[in-house]
Design a protein around this ligand. Structure first.
Ligand SMILES: [Zn+2]
Length: 361
């Protein structure tokens, strides 16, 4: 699998021996109940483990364990603990390959897993279509999201972590407040792709609410480094500095504003919508010169969640630019990269690596 920002794909090479001993086969997915398929996917890390994570819809509740909530409520899923939200995340929510599908092109998780299995085993799409008895849409979307050079959803935003009076400022300085501001980029569904960077915001007056969004000059080199030519749908809030034209990047932004609309003959204020569905016609990486339409969910829910976790992790405001804060931000990034993995195991691996470097092995 190719992640736009993440790690290199693991090559699919099997020797004859491995082929015989492979743990899965197509029988594991065909006509199996949903519970069986989900358990299998979770065991093999092909399904995210949402339990204990902050709810990406409301950002306050904590997602509970995987439970069956009945057919009407989406089947097996994780329920948000906040009573006002109460939404359910299914194993397909925010998944990079599996989707809920529309009414016309609905397919069960087992069907989708079977198609994925065929794709990984190297079946051509026409064969998979016959084997799985699905139409081209269901097969194409899974092949498309699996094979390299596909379009990925990436979010970016900035966060203020603290402020203090500049020690060098005199009593008459107009803008004496310096800010600790971080920017972040993350690919949806791939926490290991999180990139954090420190920003150099403008100094402000004493009572300013914040240093404002990232500046164009600060964003341009980052955009070149992390987004250019990577085929990404790039989600931000309304900040102008992000609106750079870049090869291989389609920008999609949301405006967090209240809107007035006529509902049943009455004028009402509608809540700002933080997430909508929108489509983009983008160049198809699989067919030169062709375009394909992809539907995306707008909004910056994932990176907003990252900021909430970071704030909780950093705790009380620390001095701007302090070593303590730097260290906190770094270890947060490491924990986020390894989210859902066995942190104990990863710590051991990290220490081994550090020791090997020191000894010059
Ligand atoms: Zn919630």
């Amino acid at each position: 699998m190719c992640l736009a920002l993440g790690t290199a794909p693991r090559p699919l090479r099997w020797g004859r021996k491995d082929r015989a001993a492979r743990a899965s086969c197509i029988k594991d997915f065909v006509k199996r109940p949903e519970k069986f398929v989900i358990d299998k996917l979770r065991r093999e890390n092909s399904s995210p483990k949402w339990e204990g994570a902050t709810c990406p819809h409301c950002g306050e509740g904590v997602l509970g364990p995987l439970k069956d909530h009945g057919e009407k409520k989406g089947g097996r899923g994780h329920r948000c603990s906040r009573s006002l939200c109460n939404r359910r995340m299914t194993p397909r929510s925010f998944h990079r390959i599996f989707s809920k599908g529309t009414v016309q092109s609905f397919s069960t998780l087992a069907d989708q897993a079977a198609i994925l299995f065929c794709a990984v085993a190297g079946c051509p799409q026409t064969t998979t279509r016959l084997l799985a008895q699905r139409n081209h849409k269901a097969v194409e979307s899974i092949y498309g999201s699996l094979h390299g050079a596909q379009w990925a959803d990436v979010e970016a935003d900035e966060v203020d972590l603290g402020k203090m009076e500049d020690p060098a400022a005199g009593p008459r300085t107009a803008t004496p407040v310096i800010w600790e501001q971080r920017g972040g980029i993350v690919q949806r569904g791939a926490p290991e792709s999180l990139v954090l960077f420190r920003l150099q915001p403008k100094k402000t007056k004493r009572r300013a609410p914040g240093p404002g969004p990232i500046r164009k000059a600060g964003w341009a080199p980052l955009s070149k480094k992390w987004l250019k030519n990577r085929n990404v749908i790039f989600h931000t809030d309304g900040a102008r500095s992000y609106k750079l034209k870049e090869q291989g990047v389609v920008h999609d932004w949301v405006v967090h504003k209240k809107k007035k609309a006529k509902v049943k003959g009455k004028w009402m204020w509608l809540k700002p919508s933080h997430s909508q569905k929108r489509y983009h016609d983008v160049p198809d990486p699989m067919k030169a010169g062709a375009k394909k339409r992809i539907w995306v969910k707008t909004g910056t829910q994932i990176i907003d969640g990252v900021w909430r976790e970071l704030r909780r992790f950093v705790g009380k405001t620390k001095a701007v630019g302090s070593a303590h804060l730097m260290q906190k931000a770094r270890s947060f990034q490491w924990a986020h990269w390894n989210r859902g993995k066995d942190l104990w195991h990863e710590t051991g691996a990290m220490l081994q690596e550090a020791w090997a470097k020191k000894r010059g092995w």
